[in-house]
Design a protein around this ligand. Structure first.
Ligand code: 5GP
Length: 197
């Protein structure tokens, strides 16, 4: 092809961070954003009630069931999933806009959502954060104290299922140390193979 007529459309990487509840995904992603503020973390929409300290529009956009359904039906979700009795989803438009503006995007989502992103955006890099051991994961989830017994049991069960999905991911990072895991994640975000130039 004639180089001068070739369309060079550069779209920034899309990094999906997934892994079982309690593994420390949010902490790792927060550290990665401190280390590289040029990354953009997508704000998910959820029907879950806010926890103490969570801020609408920053932690999540908290919506009603009807609002969530409306977003799904109108095609506004890049992906969405039912998780432990609530729905969570990624709005499509801001992800697209950031990528087109050359800003790498991170999604922090559960495994079913990661699978949908793979279908919709085959260039996405899927990263699974794994615990050093299953016992450690159980201890972290219990120690967090954010869920009642029933919700905790549901999350532990899902967490054990999610562990077996790690083989579907491009990379697995074992989160034994938040700083090291965040640094490894940043290396994947800047991997030249993730850029289409
Ligand atoms: P939590 O209730 O602990 O904030 O989140 C529960 C699970 O939902 C976590 O695994 C979290 O990563 C995931 N999650 C958060 N936002 C989204 C989203 O937009 N889509 C999907 N599929 N999962 C999400």
């Amino acid at each position: 092809m004639n180089k001068s007529t070739e369309v060079t459309h550069k779209i920034a990487p899309l990094i999906v961070v997934s892994g079982p509840s309690g593994v420390g995904k949010s902490t790792v992603v927060a550290r990665a954003l401190e280390l590289n503020p040029l990354l953009w973390l997508s704000v998910s929409v959820t029907t879950r009630a806010p926890r103490a300290g969570e801020v609408n529009g920053a932690s999540y956009s908290f919506v009603s069931d009807a609002q969530f359904s409306q977003m799904v039906e109108s095609g506004h979700m890049l992906e969405w999933a039912q998780y432990a009795g609530n729905r969570y989803g990624t709005p499509r438009e801001p992800v697209q806009a950031s990528r087109e503006a050359g800003v790498p995007v991170i999604l922090e989502i559960e495994v079913q959502g990661a699978r949908q992103v793979r279908e919709q955006a085959p260039d996405a890099t899927l990263v699974f954060i794994a615990p050093p051991s299953v016992a450690e994961l159980d201890a972290r989830l219990r120690g967090r104290g954010t869920e009642d017994e029933a919700a905790l049991a549901a999350r532990l069960e899902i967490a054990h299922e999610e562990m077996s999905a790690s083989l579907e991911f491009d990379h697995v990072l074992v989160n034994a140390d938040v700083g090291l895991t965040a640094t490894a994640l940043l290396e994947l975000c800047s991997d030249p193979r993730n850029e289409d130039s």
